[in-house]
Design a protein around this ligand. Structure first.
Ligand code: AP5
Length: 222
């Protein structure tokens, strides 16, 4: 039988590198990337009622209420693509209630990746981050600069990427992280996220390939 697809969660403070690692992971492992922050920003951009409410919280660096976030993420996790190819859940769950909701839907992850980055690095990463609206790629003016002048000219900045707002986002992160971690102790790997992005990916890649090997052995395909 075909081994079950991977179901991975990735977590870490604001700007710890979740989105960057997700680009690399999906490229190699073909998982469906479900990013709570991206889903919320799409609602904000669409100007929907949920988007308007979400933006009020995002502006303050607070968690968007569960009635908006939980359903949005659940819907993506239950799409046939996610069920068939596996998923990579980015920025969710961020509270005990979000973690409990997943459990109640019967959705379980195989691995919980925690990116650890010292706080002084995070602020610099946020302030220098830029996004390419055409490709969706994440850049950093210093650490991951755009490849061409053409890309450089079209880069945008997120509305919550200021030093003041990242401090509020960090506070929210600290208020919730321990409770979330306690739910996933048995499946957590801690990764040093302060290293260059290729080195961070090497640590994650190693853990994922081991997991896949185990899968193949238990499903009898190896
Ligand atoms: P979200 O969009 O998830 O933001 P975040 O958690 O603050 O994380 P970021 O997207 O800022 O950073 P990242 O870890 O992806 O880092 P990146 O790879 O871009 O959430 C935004 C808001 O939405 C929240 O504040 C909240 O209001 C709401 N929300 C989201 N999820 C929610 C939920 N579940 N419930 C309720 N509300 C929710 O990297 C950052 C920069 O660093 C980039 O410029 C990158 O190029 C650079 N970089 C990355 N890795 C490295 C490296 N190894 N070395 C050097 N530079 C690097």
């Amino acid at each position: 039988a075909k081994p079950d697809p991977l179901r991975i969660m990735i977590s870490g403070a604001p700007a710890s590198g979740k989105g960057t690692q997700c680009e690399l992971i999906t490229k190699k492992y073909g998982l469906v990337h479900i990013a709570a922050g991206d889903l919320l920003r799409a609602e904000v951009a669409a100007g929907s009622e949920n988007g308007k409410r979400a933006k009020e919280h995002m502006e303050k660096g607070q968690l968007v209420p569960d009635e908006i976030t939980v359903m949005m993420v659940k819907e993506q996790l239950l799409q046939s693509d996610s069920l068939e190819n596996g998923w990579l859940l980015d920025g969710y769950p961020r509270s005990l209630s979000q973690a409990t909701a997943l459990q109640e839907f019967g959705l379980q992850a195989d691995l919980f990746i925690l990116l650890e980055v010292p706080e002084e690095i995070l602020v610099e990463r946020v302030v220098g981050r830029r996004l390419d609206p055409v490709t969706g790629r994440i850049y950093h003016l210093k650490y991951s600069p755009p490849e061409t002048e053409e890309i450089a000219a079209r880069l945008t900045q997120r509305f919550d990427d200021t030093e003041e707002k990242v401090k509020l986002r960090l506070r929210t992160h600290h208020q919730n992280v321990e409770a979330v971690l306690s739910m996933y102790k048995d499946i957590t790997i801690k990764v040093n996220g302060a290293a260059p992005k290729e080195d961070v990916f090497a640590q994650i890649d190693n853990a994922l390939s081991k997991l896949l090997e185990q899968r193949k052995v238990t499903s009898g395909t190896l």
